[in-house]
Ligand binder design. Structure first.
Ligand code: TYD
Ligand code: ZN
Length: 406
C-alpha cells in the first residue's frame, strides 16, 4: 500500500481504491505507437485532515496534455448549450458592468466565445497548443500557459483584476491546486468570483461512477474539501449549484471572505455531505466494494452476450472508458470496436486494450446487437439520436448507476 501525504494540507491519505497500472486515459493512440505505450499507477485516497479525495500518483502533464491532445470540447451539442448558459449565468448573476473575465483551460473556446461581446473583456488560459490554436482561430484572446499564482500575478499587472475567474472541468486537473487558489486570491477584484465546475465526489459515490477516476482528474471535490482549501486563501464558498452534465457535477462559486452573501444552498449541501459521510474513510471502503461488484456484473453481462453470439460495440471513446475497459479487463473479444464521431479519435485504438475506434457511420451502416454506453454522461442526447437503432431491436448496455441492459 502506498502512503503519500496530501498535496494540499500535508495530512495523511487513506488509500481506498487501487486500479493498478493504467494507460493514459485520453491517450487514444495510432496503431503504430502501441509498442511505446506506457502505464502509470492509478490509485485514489482521501485525506484524513482536509477530506480531499485525490490520486496518489500524478502522471506528468506533458504525457497527458500535449500537441496531440485529442480532446476538443465542441463535439457535444448539449455541452455547447451548457457552456453558453454557464457564460450567461456568470454574466447576469455575478458580474458588474464592463467586466473582465478570465477562463482557466478554455479548450477550443466553447465557453469563452460567449464572453466575446461588447463591454466584456475576456482572456483564456490554455496550455494545450492545438486547442488553444482553435480558440485563437475564432478571434479569442488566449495565452498558452498553465495557470498558477505567478501567471495570475502577470495577468493582474497586464490587465488589472478579474471580476470572474471561471473554469469548467479543469480545476480538478491541476496538481498544484493550492497555487491556483492563491492565484485566484491575487487575481480577483474585491467583489470578484471564482466559479468552477468539476465532477462531484457525492455523485461519484452515489452512482458508483468509478469511471470518473482517471489520470486527468487528480482531485474529486466535496464542499467540505473545497471549503478547507478556500479558507487558506481567504476565500469562501458562497454558492454551490448542482449540474446534471457529465453525470453529476457541482459548480462552486467562491468569493473573498465576507464580500458576498452566502447562499442557503451551501449549508444544505454541507448537511447532505455529513449524512452521506463524504469526509469519512469508511464511506470510501464501501464505495470500493460497490465498484468491485459493478465490475463483476459488467464482465458477467458481456461474457453472457458473447456466449449468446451477440455483437457488442462500445459507444463513445471517452476518457472514462479507459478506466472501465482496463479495470474490467475488457478486450476485443468483448467489444468489436468503439464508435465515435471525433475525427481525431477515429482510426486510433483505445488506450491499453487497443480496441479500434471507428466512425459512427459504421455503427449506422451495420448496427450491432448491443452498444455499451461509455458516453453515459450524454445518454439523453445519444438515446434520442439512436432511436432507430433501438426501434430495430438494438439495446444499450450501461453500468452507471448500475449494470443494466435496456
Ligand atoms: P466526453 O463526454 O468528453 O467524456 P470524457 O470526459 O470521459 O472523455 O466524451 C464523449 C465522447 O463521446 C467523445 O469522444 C465524443 C463521443 N460522442 C459520440 O461519439 N457521439 C455522440 O453523440 C456524443 C454526444 C459523443
Ligand atoms: Zn489534505
Amino acid at each position: 500500500m502506498t502512503m503519500i501525504a496530501c498535496r494540499l494540507c500535508g495530512g495523511t491519505i487513506e488509500p481506498f481504491l487501487d486500479f493498478g497500472p493504467m494507460p493514459i486515459a485520453n491517450g487514444f493512440l495510432r496503431p503504430e505507437d502501441i509498442a511505446t505505450e506506457r502505464r502509470y499507477p492509478l490509485e485514489v485516497g482521501i485525506c484524513r485532515r482536509c477530506a480531499m479525495v485525490q490520486l496518489l500518483h500524478v502522471v506528468p502533464e506533458q504525457e497527458m496534455f500535449n500537441a496531440g491532445y485529442a480532446f476538443f470540447s465542441s463535439t457535444s451539442a448539449r455541452m455547447a448549450v451548457h457552456f453558453e448558459r454557464f457564460a450567461q449565468d456568470v454574466l447576469s448573476t455575478w458580474l458588474p458592468t464592463a467586466p473582465f473575465v478570465v477562463e482557466l483551460g478554455c479548450n477550443d473556446g466553447i465557453m469563452l466565445r460567449h464572453y466575446r461581446r461588447p463591454g466584456v473583456r475576456h482572456l483564456g488560459i490554455e496550455p494545450s497548443a492545438n486547442v488553444a490554436a482553435a480558440a485563437r482561430g475564432q478571434g479569442l484572446n488566449v495565452i498558452e500557459r498553465f495557470f498558477d499564482a505567478d501567471v495570475a500575478q502577470e495577468i493582474v499587472e497586464a490587465h488589472g483584476p478579474a471580476d470572474a475567474l471561471v473554469g469548467a472541468n479543469v480545476v480538478c486537473h491541476i496538481p498544484y491546486l493550492d497555487s491556483v487558489f492563491e492565484g485566484a486570491g491575487r487575481l480577483l477584484a474585491s467583489e470578484g468570483v471564482f466559479i468552477f465546475e468539476d465532477p462531484y465526489i457525492g455523485d461519484i459515490v452515489r452512482q458508483t461512477a468509478y469511471d470518473q477516476i482517471y489520470d486527468e482528474h487528480i482531485y474529486y471535490f466535496s464542499l467540505a474539501s473545497i471549503e478547507t482549501l478556500a479558507r487558506r486563501h481567504d476565500l469562501e464558498v458562497v454558492d454551490v449549484i448542482p449540474q446534471a452534465v457529465h453525470g453529476g457535477q457541482i459548480r462552486f462559486v467562491l468569493a473573498r471572505s465576507g464580500r458576498r452573501r452566502v447562499s442557503d444552498r451551501v449549508a444544505q449541501l454541507a448537511a447532505t455531505e455529513q449524512t452521506q459521510g463524504l469526509s469519512v474513510p469508511r464511506t470510501f471502503e464501501a464505495f470500493r466494494a460497490a465498484v468491485e461488484r459493478s465490475r463483476d456484473a459488467l464482465v458477467g453481462q458481456l461474457d453472457a452476450l458473447g456466449a449468446a453470439g451477440q455483437r457488442v460495440v462500445g459507444y463513445g471513446a471517452t476518457s472514462k472508458s479507459t478506466t472501465v475497459i482496463n479495470y474490467c479487463g475488457l478486450h476485443t473479444r468483448h467489444l468489436e470496436y468503439i464508435s465515435d464521431v471525433t475525427p481525431t479519435k477515429i482510426g486510433r485504438v483505445s488506450p491499453g486494450a487497443h480496441i479500434p475506434i471507428r466512425d459512427h457511420a459504421e455503427f449506422r451502416a451495420s448496427p450491432p446487437d448491443v452498444a455499451l454506453l461509455f458516453a453515459w454522461n450524454h445518454a439523453a442526447e445519444i438515446l434520442a439520436k439512436e432511436a432507430s437503432f433501438r426501434a430495430s431491436g438494438g439495446r444499450f448496455l450501461t453500468y452507471v448507476p448500475r449494470v443494466s441492459l435496456g
